[in-house]
Design a binder for this molecule. Sequence first.
Ligand code: ADP
Length: 182
Amino acid sequence: MATNGESKRRSDRRLTAVQGDITKQQVDAVVNAANSRLAGGGGVDGAIHRAAGAAQLRAACAKIGRCDPGDAVATSGFALPARWIIHTVGPVWRGGNAGEDAVLASCYRRCLEVADELGAKSIAFPAISTGAYGFPPDRAARIAVTTLRNTPTQVTDVRLVAFDRDTFELYKSLLGDPADEG
Ligand code: ADP
């Protein structure tokens, strides 16, 4: 068993790309790309609500109330294979000069911090902000990989889940090592 210090070493963290549906991931925590009212919506948020059980998840989110862009909050995973859902709110793309990069990096960082508080050892991230929120996918992927590599954490299995082939290829090229598909 590694000590705390040892388990935070970068070398203990496995960062992989996966192509598929995040709701199917067998991990301790899945990340939801939520909106600040935690109100549910389309895209990955809608998929997570449907798979977790929309009524239960809506009620849990209503109790929390809201989440600011760049921050993260946790609920139960309900019917998902994952024990927890970590809801984070990505930046809406406004052209790149409105602090979007920093807010997106903060999403990845805060999710790892919340995962550590929960004791989660494995986590799956969607490509936050690259759908309805319009963040350029290549720029978002670089921020995701850099932040997930450099943030201290006790999470040992970090997965970047790409819904589409292009995002999967982007992640693979940035990770520069063999990636899983599934
Ligand atoms: P945002 O509002 O933060 O842009 P979206 O849900 O619109 O969030 O899109 C974020 C990313 O999640 C997009 O790349 C989209 O293709 C992807 N996505 C949508 N559904 C799923 C799913 N079931 N599993 C994984 N990724 C998904």
